[in-house]
Write a protein that binds this ligand. Structure first.
Ligand code: IFM
Length: 456
């Protein structure tokens, strides 16, 4: 499915939430692409990953238009994207409210804004994996600067906190609307701006065609000053006295309800039979992974014990009503050494399109979940991750698997990874040497060479 959901030779096309298999979400592209699907392409077919990111580059026009229409600067990516020039295409109206009987307004196109930082995460991760400098010079750097300019204008000053805050957003968890300082959004916006700052420093230190072009296009000294100030003063939520990172301001005051009936339900979304969005917003209940996605994308922000605590805290309150939830839970559990839990969620991912829970497959398969399944296997059990400029491999084979093998492409070189119960072998099938960290040890793997390590 991953291979047939993308039009490989046409950068005017993104990936629809249902690929080409159905009409759900009208073929629109979401953060599903950059956060869930793109890693597969960046790590296996970088040339395809590049076309997907060029699609976002072509979408800059619509993103700039969206920022302008909303009173912001720079480029604000649409929550739902279709044709490259369209800008925001999220529908304005959805299903009927179970309490009032009136049609509900869809707010994601207006306030689910983390997509802008997600696109930049995809750009940076692609670069980390591929080292495609040409892409960055033509497209990526411009995207980084324009999106950072958006965030720098989107923040507002909070006198009480003496910090810049991000008010009135929807984080990844779409059961919570109009929230302030969603941890995921704030940290990702900070990351977006911080990377642009580092980029400006690099551009200032060189005289290349790209640095000259970008200096003409942006007022870099002014942008640098603003980004520096905002980055130093943005509010980045911290863990509370129990070690819990609040999903957003005031989270601890939300009410508890018994989620057992919804968790036990054979179909998703049954909470809507009893409550409307406003009521759901008052409960500690989540549609999908939110804070946990942050832990996965930015693994160094918090120590493992805090991540584990938050994992169980939020999972208990999560209904996994979105197909984007279980793969995050699987990979994070594997990272945290919670092997049984990871495997349970891996099986759950398989059920999304092959089981009966997500009856929404009627509208087409869940493409983000497909990318998520690849992540469960290669990231979760294969232990593969791009960390800074480093490829890290530290597998955790499920106890009932005998072996696992997969190819990845790192810095343009194809590596074949073969994992058995007690060993791992990596063969560099490319033509150049690559640096890898295998089981905590650093290797320079020459072309044609194999490295093997024992697993305990
Ligand atoms: O992007 C997702 C979102 O996270 C949950 N609702 C469905 C969207 C499309 O898959």
């Amino acid at each position: 499915h991953l291979n047939i959901m993308v039009k490989k030779d046409d950068k005017r096309m993104g990936i629809g939430a249902k690929g080409l298999t159905g009409e759900g979400y009208k073929g629109h592209s979401f953060w599903d692409t950059e956060i869930f699907i793109l890693p597969y392409f960046s790590f296996t077919q970088p040339e395809v990953a590049r076309t997907l990111l060029e699609y976002r580059y072509l979408g800059l026009k619509g993103a700039r238009q969206k920022a302008k229409e909303n009173g912001f600067e720079g480029a604000m990516y649409p929550w739902e994207a279709a044709w490259i020039d369209d800008g925001e295409v999220t529908p304005l109206w959805g299903a009927a409210d179970v309490v009032t009987g009136k049609q509900m307004k869809i707010l994601t196109g207006l306030i689910e804004q983390h997509i802008t930082a997600d696109v930049i995460f995809g750009v940076q991760q692609y670069y980390q994996i591929s080292k495609d400098e040409d892409f960055m010079e033509r497209y990526g750097y411009e995207m980084m600067l324009d999106t950072a300019a958006f965030w720098a204008s989107r923040v507002t000053w909070d006198d009480a906190k003496q910090k810049f805050v991000l008010l009135d957003v929807i984080g990844p968890d779409e059961y919570k609307e109009h929230v302030n300082n969603n941890a995921y959004t704030n940290y990702m916006a900070h990351y977006n701006m911080q990377s642009a700052l580092e980029l400006i420093a690099k551009l200032e230190s060189e005289q290349t065609e790209t640095s000259v072009r970008l200096a003409k296009q942006f007022n870099l000294p002014k942008l640098k000053e603003r980004l520096d100030y905002v980055c130093r003063h943005i509010y980045l939520p911290q863990t509370d006295e129990n070690g819990i990172l609040p999903q957003f301001d005031g989270y601890q005051h939300l009410k508890h309800i018994d989620l057992a009936p919804y968790k036990a339900s054979k179909v998703v979304g049954t909470i809507y039979n009893d409550y409307n969005m406003e009521q759901i917003g008052e409960f500690q209940v989540h549609k999908q992974a939110d804070t946990l996605v942050l832990f996965l994308l930015k693994e160094d922000l918090f120590p493992s014990d805090i991540k584990k605590k938050n994992y169980y805290f939020y999972e208990e309150r999560t209904l996994h009503d979105s197909s984007l939830s279980k793969s995050t839970h699987c990979v994070l559990a594997a990272d945290l050494g919670e092997d049984e839990v990871a495997y349970r969620f891996f099986e759950g991912c398989g059920e999304i399109d092959l089981g009966s829970t997500m009856t929404t497959s009627d509208m087409g398969v869940h493409t983000a979940s497909m990318g998520g399944i690849w992540q469960c296997v290669v990231y979760g059990f294969g232990g593969v991750r791009a960390i800074g400029s480093k490829l890290r491999i530290a597998p955790r084979l499920p106890h009932n698997w005998k072996s696992l093998s997969f190819p990845i492409v790192w810095n343009g070189q194809r590596l074949q990874c073969s994992i058995k119960k007690d060993s791992i072998r990596i063969t560099n099938q490319g033509t150049k040497s690559v640096a890898i960290e295998l089981q905590g040890k650093n290797f320079m793997l020459q072309a044609g060479e194999t490295v093997a390590e024992t697993l305990v």
